[in-house]
Ligand binder design. Structure first.
Ligand SMILES: [Zn+2]
Length: 408
């Protein structure tokens, strides 16, 4: 009994059986799980390659199906057996779906070194796509347009000494294999090395493409996810490279970058769409504080950029404080709900650096507080401000500690 016995007819019988039963019932019957990566493509439909190979064996006269155990020697045999019979087996990148998965995937992107530092190309492509998602532009774009949009950015934003070359095929192929980019209908994108082959493949197919659906949706709608992606990209690629010009060029360098965008469906409901819709406020608060801390560590000692003038970090810190405020003034002497929401649905609260003089106004939630307009005015101009400011500073620290404490 061996996989190499299976015939094309037996495989087609298994495919027909799977069509008849439905994928899950078919998998149940033969005791296989869904294929994570290698799928058989036949007649425009996709099938779990191991399960089909195992079932096909049972369609040989006088033979039993092969089990998971029989095929435990790895995927290679099933793939080889199917390909030997002339079937097409494709490798599907398991696209990361949640913002945590995407952040982890970004943190593992292969960095092609050039002059000893990672090349910036993947970072440029991702940030460009996130900027487009934020403004609600279409996820997919024709290849010629993609090249036209990216070439000037790739030319401009590179390290000193990084090859001057505006072709986006290398970074897009790499992102594709990481599951962060989609070229619908194309599953045989060459690996990123082998420059000539890559160039020829893109020239031949001119593929329409864009960021993966989950990356696009999260970057489009969730301010927390967007700021985390930006920070993860910066942490992975930029080191000492000052990313502010690039972020500005792709429309991501402003204090609202962590603000939720209403989903296209809710666009008509813009005024009432709640901001920072989160099902996990403490988790989001912790994740944003982590981004803030990483950003501080990364830019410390940078020559030209002050530690207090990074709109990305400020946006992350503001967003965290607004989540922490739960829509109320954080002054312990007030606690009033925000009197209204603004046009973006954001509670009308001022997120204030508590003590700008003595500490240089560090952009960190531990030194920032959300105040209603009245309390903000008193804190800024009132006679009691000298008494109020130390109280608010202590409050910000206490609130931060409480929100950072591990869940009981
Ligand atoms: Zn107040």
């Amino acid at each position: 009994m061996a996989l190499s016995d299976i015939t094309r007819e037996a495989v087609l019988a298994a495919v027909a059986e799977c069509d008849r039963m439905g994928r899950d019932a078919f998998l149940d019957k033969y005791g296989f799980r869904r294929a994570l990566r290698y799928v058989l493509r036949y007649d425009g439909r996709l099938y779990d390659s191991k399960a089909i190979a195992g079932a096909a064996h049972g369609h040989l006269p006088g033979h039993a199906p092969l089990t998971v155990g029989d095929l435990s020697g790895g995927i290679g045999h099933a793939v080889t057996a199917l390909e030997r019979l002339g079937f097409e087996v494709i490798s599907e990148p398991a696209a990361p779906r949640t913002d945590d998965e995407i952040v982890r995937t970004i943190g593992r992107l292969r960095r092609a070194p050039d002059s000893g530092k990672p090349m910036l190309k993947q970072a440029v492509v991702l940030l460009w796509a996130i900027g487009r998602a934020r403004t609600g532009e279409d996820r997919l774009m024709r290849w010629t347009e993609t090249v036209a949009a990216l070439a000037p950015l790739l030319e401009e934003f590179r390290r000193d000494g990084e090859r001057r070359q505006g072709r986006p095929d290398y970074p897009i192929a790499a992102l594709c294999h990481a599951g962060l980019w989609d070229l619908p209908g194309h599953t045989n994108v060459p690996r990123a090395h082998g420059d000539a082959a890559l160039k020829a493949w893109f020239a031949e197919h001119s593929p329409e493409g864009g960021p993966s659906a989950s990356l696009y949706a999260l970057a489009r709608e969730s301010g927390v996810a967007r700021i985390r992606f930006i920070e993860a990209i910066a942490a992975r690629f930029f080191d000492d490279f000052d990313e502010s010009g690039l972020l500005a060029a792709v429309g991501l360098y402003d204090e609202d970058v962590a603000t939720d965008e209403p989903s296209p469906r809710a666009a008509s409901d813009r005024k009432t769409a709640p901001r920072h819709v989160t099902t996990d406020p403490k988790g989001d608060y912790a994740r944003l504080c982590e981004s803030v801390a990483r950003s501080e560590a990364r830019t410390r000692g940078r020559r030209h950029s002050s530690n207090t003038e990074d709109p990305i970090r400020l946006a992350a810190a503001r967003c965290a404080v607004l989540i922490r405020s739960e829509g109320r003034c954080e002054s312990p002497e007030c606690g009033s709900p925000a009197p209204d929401v603004n046009d973006r649905g954001e509670p009308v609260l001022e997120v204030d650096h508590v003590d700008q003089i003595s500490d240089g106004g560090r952009d960190h939630p531990i030194q920032m507080i959300a105040l209603c307009p009245d309390c903000h005015a008193v804190k800024t101009r009132g006679r009691s401000r000298h008494r109020l400011i130390p109280l608010l500073a202590q409050t910000a620290r206490d609130l931060h500690d409480r929100w950072s404490a591990a869940e009981a």
